[in-house]
Design a protein around this ligand. Structure first.
Ligand code: TXA
Ligand code: MG
Length: 316
């Protein structure tokens, strides 16, 4: 692990106590979740939430996801619906965020929702995230623990590389098993897929027994995760590459010869878990990155979503 200007806490009882204490004092703690590492703060503390935006250099109009310990806590914050309950029963704890209307008296900092009338909320599955939620005993706002617009972190090393010295602690919980951010479903009240992610749209449709609606242009404005250039390595990215050209490194998928392969056997869950780690490693070579075609089914849709954003023209 590289040297860090931010303390690394072990994921044991002492480490968790320290992390919960830092959160109570309005500090920022990077914590592992099953999707990616999050940058956590007390969601009720304006100053703490403001520091998240500062540390990530995140535009203030981009709202945060709030993490809670249980459905009862979610129901204190948002207007719960039958469809929400169905999805929560099927996928929580896990990589699914639900966007629901905020309830009066929610007590959250308005910075969390960027003043929107809705809140994105989830119960993470990672044991360390759950233990911290239990110890802290309050809602934790946590975007991915990376500088805004860059590749998301799936290891402590990635968090250190992006945010060391800008935050108060990092809990070392090992690698993230899902490797892609949560799927975001808007419920207004019909379910709309706002961001593909760790639970495939097909799996959610099966649980609902009905197709998910695609976002309308108005939904896109409320989901700036839809910002085109995002997850961007330093190097340019070329998609659907069947071979690499001179100077490039190849991020493979399936039985191809590649510098790094997301899944030689063509398994999409394995590819999702490897995606950001492999992008970080290839980016460190300083060479342009070519990427094999990935099937547009199941988790492949979320992988392709991240790759398209990684390849998009960068803001100047
Ligand atoms: O898996 C995850 O979701 C990770 C872990 C840490 O939980 N978090 C994460 O946060 O990916 P972030 O900030 O990188 O992405 C949150 C996304 C953003 O695209 C934001 O625009 C969207 O959620 N979002 C938050 N609140 C929203 C709302 N009220 N309506 C629509 N989109 C919202
Ligand atoms: Mg993010």
């Amino acid at each position: 692990m590289p040297r860090s200007d931010t303390p690394i806490l072990p994921a044991d009882a002492d480490g968790m106590d320290r992390a919960a204490h830092i959160l109570r004092e309005g500090g920022l703690v990077a914590l592992p979740t099953e999707t990616v590492y999050g940058l956590g703060a007390d969601a009720r503390n304006d100053h703490a939430v403001a520091r998240i935006f500062e540390a990530k250099d995140r535009p203030a109009f981009n709202p945060l996801i709030v993490h809670v310990a249980d459905i009862a806590s979610a129901r204190h914050l948002v207007h719960w619906t039958r469809v929400a309950d169905r999805l929560a029963q099927a996928f929580w704890p896990g990589p699914l965020s639900l966007v629901l209307p905020l309830k009066a008296g929610h007590g959250l900092s308005p910075l969390v929702t960027a003043d929107l009338p809705t809140l994105a909320i989830r119960i993470p599955a990672h044991a360390v995230a759950r233990a911290l939620l239990a110890r802290f005993d309050g809602p934790i706002a946590a975007p991915s623990a990376n500088p805004s617009g860059r590749i998301s972190p799936t290891t402590v090393t990635h968090v250190i590389a992006g945010l060391s010295g800008r935050i108060d602690a990092i809990i070392d919980g090992g690698g993230c098993t899902v490797g892609l951010e949560s799927t975001i479903i808007g419920l207004k009240p019909q379910p709309v897929l706002l961001r593909p992610g760790g639970v495939s749209a097909e799996t959610i449709e099966t649980a609902l027994g009905a197709p998910l609606a695609r976002p309308e242009s108005t939904d896109r404005i409320t989901a700036p995760g839809q910002i085109l250039s995002h997850y961007a390595p330093e190097a340019p990215v070329r998609l659907n590459a069947t071979h690499k050209t001179a100077g490039e490194v190849l991020l493979g998928f399936g039985p191809v010869e590649a510098d790094l392969n997301l899944s030689p056997g063509g398994d999409l869950a394995e590819a999702a878990a490897n995606l950001f780690g492999h992008l970080h490693r290839l980016d460190a070579t300083g060479r342009p990155i070519a990427v094999s075609p990935i099937p547009q089914t199941g988790l492949g849709r979320a992988i392709n979503d991240r790759l398209r954003r990684a390849a998009a023209p960068r803001p100047t």
